[in-house]
Design a binder for this molecule. Structure first.
Ligand code: AMP
Ligand code: GLY
Length: 426
């Protein structure tokens, strides 16, 4: 079979890598892909936003299945466009993708269906939001309604900081239309975890748990990024917590979607805060997480292509997922300046030394070719991902692999999974 993956980051490299191990897959295309992906897939130079050209390409190449990585095409209805042409695609339709594309929709949905999340209010007026923040006090969280590339959430320590966030979103309109409405919600404490699942609209099957590291610097300092590293499993998600996530969050979510006549097929991601063993939803994403997918797919034993076909054929009830017992850790290597303005075009050294290792995968994110050399072309450049018998061993392997890699201005967090190791040692 032929398969097309849309996207060109570390998540998509992990998806392409995993698909390449399937007996069912003869050829993989990726749009736009990156230098690492081009070693296992044919990279296609089409814009991920140009749905009609993508569908033409799928017809011309007789592609059997398309898998969507990032949220923008899903939020803009790529799945609906494919379905009109009776083409197989993995991902939710535009209505279902609102769970990620509109935080107001997601919060109101959770309220309607009694899914645990922080108490909140929605505002379309700056002055009303300001009054409410003064009334509630800090810490408090301000969120832009729409997609803001992971930058639309402000966890404010003071009332002034929160009001400044509302000003930036509503008056300065730094996120454009995405900031026409804001959510002001209670600040939850606890430990975060990511929980992803496959669903065909009828059956939902969880993946193993994981945890992201959003801040750029060690000890969770500095601005938020797309994610500086992740590990799986997340020890905070015990069997008991997992049962609660399924029974109080994911099952009610599926039931609620059905009741509202919304069909959700694809991957659902719940960003959670776990406090005293109780899970609360911080956000839903309608796709695989990045970088969580890198360690999670490294642990997956089942055939991803089979799972994706079961999703489109609504046969997930016949599927069982198998996972490696080992733990996995991904450390992101970023360009100088990231998450702000960053440098590009720096030659990456050392990648060849890590080829062929079963316990290490270097997933590419922002990389491309220049004069036959692999160079940096994005903020997040590589995700060095290792397996180990436990998180401690996986961490050690990932960091010793990083010693072999170099590019000008490279920076990364030195404390990925450090908290999980403390827990493991307890
Ligand atoms: P989101 O995109 O909604 O997941 O928010 C991004 C990050 O902001 C989360 O990963 C949390 O670290 C933080 N966050 C969001 N909502 C809350 C909340 N209600 N309380 C505390 N932290 C939050
Ligand atoms: N790692 C968080 C996300 O993919 O949105």
């Amino acid at each position: 079979m032929k398969v097309l993956v849309i996207g060109g980051g570390g998540r998509e490299h992990a998806i392409v890598w995993k698909l390449s191990q399937s007996d069912l897959v003869d050829k993989i295309y990726c749009l736009p892909g990156n230098a690492g992906i081009s070693e296992i897939a044919e990279c296609v130079e089409l814009s991920p936003g140009d749905f009609s050209s993508i569908i033409d390409f799928v017809k011309y190449e007789w592609i059997d299945l398309t898998i969507v990585g990032p949220e923008e095409p899903l939020a803009r209805g790529i799945v609906d466009a494919f379905q009109k042409e009776a083409r197989r695609i993995v991902g939710p339709c535009e209505r279902a993708a609102r769970l990620e594309a509109s935080k107001v929709f997601a919060k109101d949905f959770m309220k309607r269906h009694n899914i645990p999340t922080a108490p909140y209010r929605v505002f379309t007026s700056y002055l009303h939001a300001e009054d409410y923040i003064k009334f509630k006090g800090a810490p408090i969280v301000v969120k832009a309604d729409g997609l803001a590339a992971g930058k639309g959430v402000f966890v404010a320590k003071t009332v002034d900081e929160a009001i400044e966030a509302v000003r930036l979103i509503m008056k300065e309109q730094v996120f454009g239309k995405a900031g026409e409405r804001v959510i002001v919600e209670d600040c939850l404490d606890g430990e975060e975890a990511s929980f992803m699942a496959f669903t065909d609209g009828k059956t939902i099957i969880p993946m193993v748990s994981s945890q992201d590291h959003k801040r750029v610097f060690d000890n969770d300092e500095g601005p938020n990024t797309g994610g500086m590293g992740a590990y799986s499993p997340a020890p905070v998600v015990t069997e008991q917590v997992k049962r609660k996530i399924m029974s109080r969050i994911l099952m009610p979510l599926m039931k609620g979607l059905r009741q509202e006549g919304i069909e959700y097929r694809g991957i659902i991601y719940a960003g959670l805060m776990i406090k005293d063993g109780e899970p609360y939803v911080l956000e839903f994403n309608c796709r695989f997480g990045d970088p969580e997918t890198q360690p999670v797919l490294m642990r997956m034993r089942s055939d991803l292509m089979k799972v994706c076909l079961a999703i489109t054929d609504q046969k997930l009830d016949e599927t069982r997922l198998l996972w490696k017992k080992e733990a996995s850790v991904c450390v992101v290597l970023a360009s100088k300046g990231y998450p702000g303005k960053y440098e590009k075009g720096k030659v990456i050294h050392g990648l060849e030394m890590l080829k062929g290792r079963k316990d290490i995968m270097v997933f590419h994110a922002g990389t491309s070719f220049s004069d036959g050399k692999i160079v940096t072309s994005g903020g997040r450049v590589l995700g060095v991902t290792a397996l180990g018998k436990d998180i401690k061993e996986a961490v050690k392997r990932a960091y010793s692999a990083i010693e072999l890699i170099k590019f000008d201005g490279m920076h990364y967090r030195k404390d990925i999974a450090a908290k999980a190791i403390l827990r493991e040692n307890r």
